[in-house]
Design a binder for this molecule. Structure first.
Ligand code: BTN
Length: 325
C-alpha cells in the first residue's frame, strides 16, 4: 500500500495523531507527514490540524477493503471475480484496466479506488472524484464479438446498477438514457464504457461506474449539473464496501447475461424505470441539437424521439429535459 494509503488507514478512526507519531509509524519526517496532509486536504478530505495535538479527520472514514468487499459478495459473484485491485489513488480506474487489458487482463478483473486524479466522464468530461467518499469502480470484460454487437451494453449496466441500488432500498432511482442514474432529475451515477479490439475479432471492454455515495459539499461547485448521492437518496449512512459488493454482485451476473442474451433481459426494467419517457427533451448529438418527446428505447438501445408525428432513433448523444414555460 502507498504511504498515503497507510496514512489514511492510521487516520481513519477519526482520533488525533501527532505528526511525530504518524512520522514514526510511517518512517518519514514530520514535514513529510504535513505535506501528505496538505495533499489530502486539497482533495476535499476534511482533516483538522491542531497545534499541540496533531491531525484528525473531521469524520471517521470507512476505507475500501478487499476483504470486506469479498465478504459481502455471494459465492457465485466471487467465482466470477478474476482479480480485485483496491487502490488508494489512481489516475482513472478505467485507464488502469485498459492497461491491464493490453497486458494479459481477463474478464472479471475489477479495480476500485479511493481517489482518481483524472477521472473520466462521457464525452470527454472530467469525473469529480473526491477522496474516500464515493465509488469509482471499473470492470474488464472480454467479448468474443465486435463493438457493433455491444450497442446496448451501457443500458444493461445502467439497469444492473439500478438493481443493486434497489436491493439497498433505493426505490426512487430512475434511468436516464443512455446510461445515467438519477433521482428526482439529479444525477446519482454515470457509466463510461471504453473498449479496444483484441486482434481476433473480439473486444476488451472496460465498464466504468462512478456512483456518488457521500459527496462532500465543497465539490458541488465543480459539478456542472444537479447531483445527488446515495446517502441522501436512502436517508441513512452506508458502508461503501457493501455498496461496492452489491454493485459487483449485480454487474458480474448481468454482464454475463448480456453476453449470452443481449439487451432483451433488461428491456422490461429499462422501460419501467425510464426517467425520460413521455417528457419533452433536447438531444445534443454530433454537434447539433434536436428536440422532441422521449418515446423510450428500441431493441438496440437507441433513444426514440417523437417530433411532428414522426419517430426518429438516435444511437448517441446527451439528453436534457426541457422545462416548459
Ligand atoms: C459519465 O460521464 O456519466 C460517466 C462517468 C464515469 C465515471 C467512472 S468513475 C470510475 C471509472 N473511471 C473513470 O475514469 N471513469 C469511470
Amino acid at each position: 500500500m502507498s504511504l498515503r494509503g497507510q496514512l489514511l488507514q492510521l487516520l481513519a478512526d477519526g482520533r488525533f495523531y501527532s505528526g511525530d507519531e504518524l512520522g514514526r509509524t510511517l518512517g518519514i519526517s514530520r514535514s513529510a507527514v504535513w505535506k501528505h496532509i496538505q495533499f489530502l486536504q486539497a482533495r476535499q478530505l476534511d482533516i483538522y490540524a491542531v497545534r499541540g495535538r496533531g491531525y484528525r479527520l473531521a469524520q471517521p472514514l470507512d476505507l475500501l477493503s478487499r476483504q470486506l468487499i469479498i465478504k459481502n459478495m455471494d459465492h457465485e459473484a466471487v467465482a466470477r471475480l478474476a482479480r480485485l485491485d483496491v487502490l488508494t489513488e489512481v489516475d482513472s480506474t478505467n485507464a488502469f484496466l485498459m492497461a491491464r487489458a493490453r497486458n494479459g487482463g481477463v474478464s472479471g478483473e475489477v479495480c476500485v479506488a479511493e481517489y482518481q486524479s483524472a477521472g473520466r466522464g462521457r464525452l470527454g468530461r472530467a469525473w469529480v472524484s473526491p477522496f474516500a467518499r464515493n465509488v469509482y469502480l471499473s470492470l474488464l470484460w472480454q467479448f468474443p464479438c465486435g463493438a457493433e454487437a455491444l450497442g446496448g451494453l451501457g443500458l444493461a449496466i445502467g439497469v444492473s446498477i439500478l438493481r443493486a441500488i434497489q436491493a439497498l432500498g433505493g426505490q426512487a432511482v430512475r434511468l436516464k438514457w443512455p446510461n445515467d442514474l438519477v433521482c428526482e432529475d439529479r444525477k446519482l451515477a454515470g457509466v463510461l464504457l471504453e473498449m479496444n479490439m483484441d486482434g481476433t475479432g473480439g473486444c476488451n471492454v472496460v465498464i466504468g461506474v462512478g456512483l456518488n455515495v457521500r459527496m462532500p459539499a465543497p465539490v458541488s461547485g465543480l459539478i456542472d449539473q444537479p447531483w445527488t448521492d446515495l446517502e441522501q437518496v436512502l436517508g441513512r449512512p452506508l458502508s461503501r464496501n457493501q455498496v461496492v459488493a452489491g454493485l459487483l454482485q449485480h454487474m458480474l451476473h448481468d454482464v454475463a447475461q448480456f453476453q449470452a442474451h443481449g439487451l432483451q433481459p433488461f428491456m422490461d426494467d429499462w422501460r419501467r424505470y425510464d426517467n425520460l419517457l413521455g417528457r419533452p427533451v433536447s438531444l445534443s448529438t454530433l454537434g447539433e441539437s434536436v428536440s422532441g418527446i422521449a418515446c423510450g428505447i428500441d431493441e438496440q438501445g437507441a433513444l426514440l424521439l417523437g417530433h411532428n408525428g414522426r419517430t426518429q432513433r438516435y444511437l448517441a448523444g446527451d439528453v436534457s429535459v426541457r422545462v416548459s414555460v
